[in-house]
Design a protein around this ligand. Structure first.
Ligand code: ZN
Ligand code: ZN
Length: 272
């Protein structure tokens, strides 16, 4: 199966990415999409994609880093030109993770919303000019409303199959609007956690139930969001299998069926 969104391009995998990729393959995860969160991690995702046949890269700037590419690091001012260069690489299959995030993390406060919007829109334009689908990151339902409003206002920049909302959460209203715009939605290991995710209105299982099978994608967001019972440990792409088993039970279909359909969905969105 495919892990549609993870970060083997992060420091956490610097020492052992080769073993992690081999372990994933052994577990049945043959294809991995690594996503950038800033210019440096996007470049690293491309380097990894060059090394391994079944690894692909999605490049972009996460809303957490939106201020760093403008005010904090003047040397990153050329970020959009850098991304444009990278986007032409044959193993780059999408733009992301980009979007709007209003969740206040311990490691990262809320970045000025106006800066987040400007950086997001520039990446929508880049995706349009390069004819690449999007991997959207958005957290809190308030931020999701802004993300959806921006996407609606820039509908002319979206592809017919526009991409996916990664790590979906939020209200049913947000889910339906994302689906209406043509997006698929990705679910991760945190679907196995009990209760409602912090800052969100509904348990993820409610959203999974309402997501049509042909719009559902499975991802790990490794090194984060390790499924139960290993929550808290470093996550790896191999755990996509556990999440697929969990989601298969919610959708009342077999594991084989969920894998076949969600892989097909990834191939519909991205040119792998
Ligand atoms: Zn994310
Ligand atoms: Zn991510």
């Amino acid at each position: 199966m495919i892990d549609a969104h993870c970060h083997l391009n992060f420091h956490s995998f610097e020492e052992d990415y080769d073993a992690v990729i081999a372990e994933a393959k052994k577990a049945g995860v043959h294809t991995i999409i690594n996503t950038g969160t800033q210019v440096s991690s996007s470049k690293w995702a491309v380097d990894l994609a060059e090394k391994y046949e079944r690894l692909y890269a999605v490049i972009g700037v996460h809303p957490h880093h939106a201020d760093k590419v403008t005010t904090m690091h003047p040397e990153e001012q050329g970020w959009i030109a850098e991304l444009e260069k990278l986007a032409k690489h044959p193993k780059v299959i999408g733009i992301g993770e980009c979007g709007i995030d209003y969740y206040s993390y311990q490691s990262n406060g809320i970045v000025n919303p106006a800066i987040q919007e400007a950086i997001f829109i520039q990446q929508l334009e880049l995706a349009h000019s390069q004819k690449l689908p999007l991997q959207i990151h958005t957290r809190t339902d308030e931020a999701r409303k802004v993300t959806l409003a921006i996407l609606k206002a820039h509908k002319h920049l979206l592809l017919d199959v526009p991409g996916m909302f990664h790590c979906m959460a939020g209200s049913l209203e947000s889910l339906y609007q994302a689906l209406d715009l043509g997006f698929s939605v990705g679910f991760d290991g945190n679907t196995t956690y009990a209760g409602t995710p912090p800052g969100e209105p509904l348990p993820l299982t409610d959203l999974i139930e309402k997501t049509p099978l042909e719009r559902l994608v499975i991802e790990t967001d490794s090194p984060y969001l390790t499924p139960m019972p290993d929550r808290g440990k470093r996550n790896t792409p191999a755990s996509a299998i556990l999440t697929a088993r969990f989601i298969a039970r919610i959708k009342n279909v077999s594991f084989e069926e969920i894998v076949e359909q969600t892989d097909k969905n990834v191939y519909t969105i991205f040119n792998l």
